[in-house]
Design a protein around this ligand. Sequence first.
Ligand SMILES: [Zn+2]
Length: 247
Amino acid sequence: MSRVIAGKLYTGRDDGVADWERRAFMQARAACYPTRANLHLWGMAPTAHCDLCGAERETYGHIQVHCQVLASANCYRQAHDMVAGSILECVARELEDTHIYRETSLDNFLGTSRCPPALGRMRPDAFLTRDRKDKRRKIWVFEFQRGWTDHDKGDDWRAEAKKQKYGQVVQAIKQASDEEVEVSIAVFVIGVLGSIREDEWMQQLQDMGMTPTEAERTCSTAVRELARANAMVLSARATRRFDLGKF
Ligand SMILES: [Zn+2]
């Protein structure tokens, strides 16, 4: 059921993705990005080892998700924030009556006195709130996950784990609210090859109030931003221009 929508990278317009970023992404999708594992396979590198952390096989997934050196250098955090930010920007643009609180802890969101102390430091990617005169107040706990690869390779437990983890946050918000409020969790997962469960994304975005067209536009934007985020990681790997002070 996950539909790969990387084809939408070819919009024929200036969509903010540089040619080399698009090329690298399409190479990865075709399993021919020149990783050390591929170079070794093609007889062009003596070993398949990762230059940075020494892992046995430097695959595309290793570079994008698993490399300890790139992880310690915060590259994955940055890539995550780029894509999460692009989704939230779409929400802000398409749904003007929605307020977005990024990187806010639960105790700040609720006001410390109303927050159970054990949960106070929980910090989802964002809280979204929506107030409308004629409707109940709605709050979403927004979480984004840039996972390894495609959903058919078993990355979905991450979405479930997040739903469980933030289920307590939902309860805490409900209990702390003076008025009746509807609280939901929205978890968006994207694989580093650009696959999403399109039905889930469309459903969640439409629940937030987007039209199908706006929701589709958001999906495409997220995939394009993923291509850019992946390219940022590739370039950090190639140039080793990251914060070495952390090692
Ligand atoms: Zn590595």
